[in-house]
Write a protein of this length. Structure first.
Length: 493
């Protein structure tokens, strides 16, 4: 192959690359039909909703507008709507539907509601579809379902992936100790700000995207959850740790907690509940460590704590159970809890497994708390792999005065690496319901998508390199190659 041929091949490859960049343009974003100017929705759950359509045609040219609503398990509803002149432009028309929620809810929470618009404008039929998750519009929600237990939570508090990873192992461990499956049911984790009523003083609920005003009834949100069988788990804020602990406590109370005799000490019940919790126990470690350094540990956990002692009481209860697990193993604690269901005494069971007296548990734990084994134990969980060996990064920890009242939201000063959570093989996988993303061409609330039916773009995969960049680079290379060709093959003088 001559040099001229080789240069020609290079130019051909370059031109093909540039042509391919144009052929692989990303699929165009679908747009609304020309007759539809805007498609809006305002979901004011649990008080009502609004759907509004603005058309580029006067009311006289709008021959028919039919709105159909559908949801799985619901009979559905079909409405014939009348257009009115758009206040902002007489040449346009608006179609609006306002729904006020009935006292007895029929729509299912956390399930998609589909709105289908069927239009005939100036003889031309058009169909548009919107999908709205029927849930509190102030948060993006995720759901998971395992072994008859369904859970819903805001994604910034407990992401669906975290639910998927932890729910089935948690239910399995609880069922093993309780001797039966965790009772089925539905739970919803709600940060306290979302449980606060959004009703202003005039009791008129305002839409976020429109000027919609609806009567606001206090207590409707709690009534809606209760009517559909949801147990509300209220947490102080959107926190994965708080949400997971609240979920563990609720499931524990329904299963293991309900199976234990009333004679089982309250401190053991609480410590055992947190033992099942998939989250590390770093806050409890900080409370206990600070109290130990200031000689303010509670001498007896059998007495009910006062309000200002409860956080420390809970921290010590968790520590006592973790120390028991250090002495007799995780399986030993689970076996001990299962034996308690038969009415055996906690002290006798612990002594039989460890050879130690339960009366000396508090002092032994306080000494163990200061050891490396004690520090590491608070970073592991029941679901950690057996080979996990977390490391500890220490940061200065403020030592409170004896009158300090700990709260369970202090920032941990202990950072275990890694915080392992076992992911066992699951059959079947949990049903996960993520919230759909909004279409960029429709003005809607989060979790609402508007896609014109029958509108589609070209197919083809998108290039890894932006086509515009390929074009610029290609033109530059063409210029360089042209100069080289001219210099190489021009006649010599």
């Amino acid at each position: 192959m001559t040099r001229l041929t080789r240069w020609g091949v290079l130019l051909g490859v370059l031109l093909a690359l540039m042509t391919g960049a144009h052929a692989q343009d990303p699929t165009p974003t679908p747009t609304l039909p020309p007759v539809v100017v805007a498609l809006e929705a305002d979901l004011l759950m649990p008080h009502g909703a609004l759907a509004r359509l603005t058309l580029d045609a006067p009311p006289a040219e709008v021959e028919s507008v039919v709105l159909s609503l559908s949801q799985t398990g619901w009979v559905g509803q079909t409405l014939v709507l009348q257009p009115i002149a758009d206040p902002a432009s007489p040449r346009r028309s608006q179609v609006e539907w306002v729904w006020q929620a009935p006292d007895q809810p029929s729509l299912r929470l956390f399930e998609p509601l589909t709105l289908t618009w069927a239009l005939i404008v100036d003889g031309q039929p058009t169909t548009l579809t919107q999908t709205v998750d029927y849930a509190d519009f102030r948060a993006a929600w995720g759901t998971a379902s395992e072994l008859g237990v369904s859970v819903a939570a805001p994604q910034d508090a407990l992401r669906p992936s975290a639910l998927e990873r932890t729910l089935r192992p948690l239910l399995g461990q609880l069922a093993q100790v309780a001797g039966q499956a965790v009772p089925s049911g539905a739970l919803v984790v709600v940060p306290r700000p979302l449980m606060a009523e959004a009703c202003p003083l005039d009791q008129a609920f305002l839409g976020e995207r429109t000027a919609l005003r609806l009567p606001c009834t206090f207590g409707r949100l709690e009534a809606l959850y209760a009517a559909q069988g949801y147990t509300v788990l209220t947490v102080e804020r959107a926190s994965a740790t708080l949400a997971q602990t609240a979920l563990t406590a609720a499931l524990f109370d329904r299963s293991v907690g309900a199976s234990l005799p009333s004679a089982v000490p309250a401190w053991f019940r609480h410590g055992l509940m947190r033992f099942f919790d998939p989250t590390p126990k770093l806050n409890e470690y900080n409370f206990a460590l600070n109290a130990a350094r200031t000689a303010s540990l509670l001498p007896d956990l059998n007495a009910p704590p006062s309000d200002d002692q409860r956080a420390l009481w809970e921290a010590q209860a968790v520590g006592w159970v973790l120390y028991m697990a250090d002495q007799i193993g995780y399986d030993g604690v689970l076996g001990l809890a299962a034996d308690l269901r038969a009415g055996q005494a906690l002290g006798a069971l612990y002594t039989a497994r460890s050879g130690a007296d339960l009366a000396g548990l508090g002092g032994a734990w306080a000494a163990w708390l200061m050891t490396d084994a004690g520090r590491l134990a608070y970073g592991l969980t029941l679901y950690s792999p057996a080979t996990a060996t977390p490391t500890i990064t220490r940061t200065p920890t403020a030592v409170p005065s004896p009158t300090h009242t700990p709260t369970p939201t202090l920032t941990p000063s202990l950072t275990p690496t890694p915080t392992a959570t076992a992911t066992p093989t699951r059959t079947p996988s949990p049903t996960l319901t993520p919230s759909p993303s909004p279409s960029p061409t429709v003005t809607l609330l989060p979790r609402i998508s508007g896609t014109p039916v029958g509108v589609s773009g070209g197919a083809g995969g998108a290039s890894l390199i932006p086509p515009e960049l390929l074009v610029v680079l290609g033109l530059g290379l063409v210029g360089v190659l042209s100069v080289l060709l001219v210099r190489r093959f021009r006649p010599t003088r």
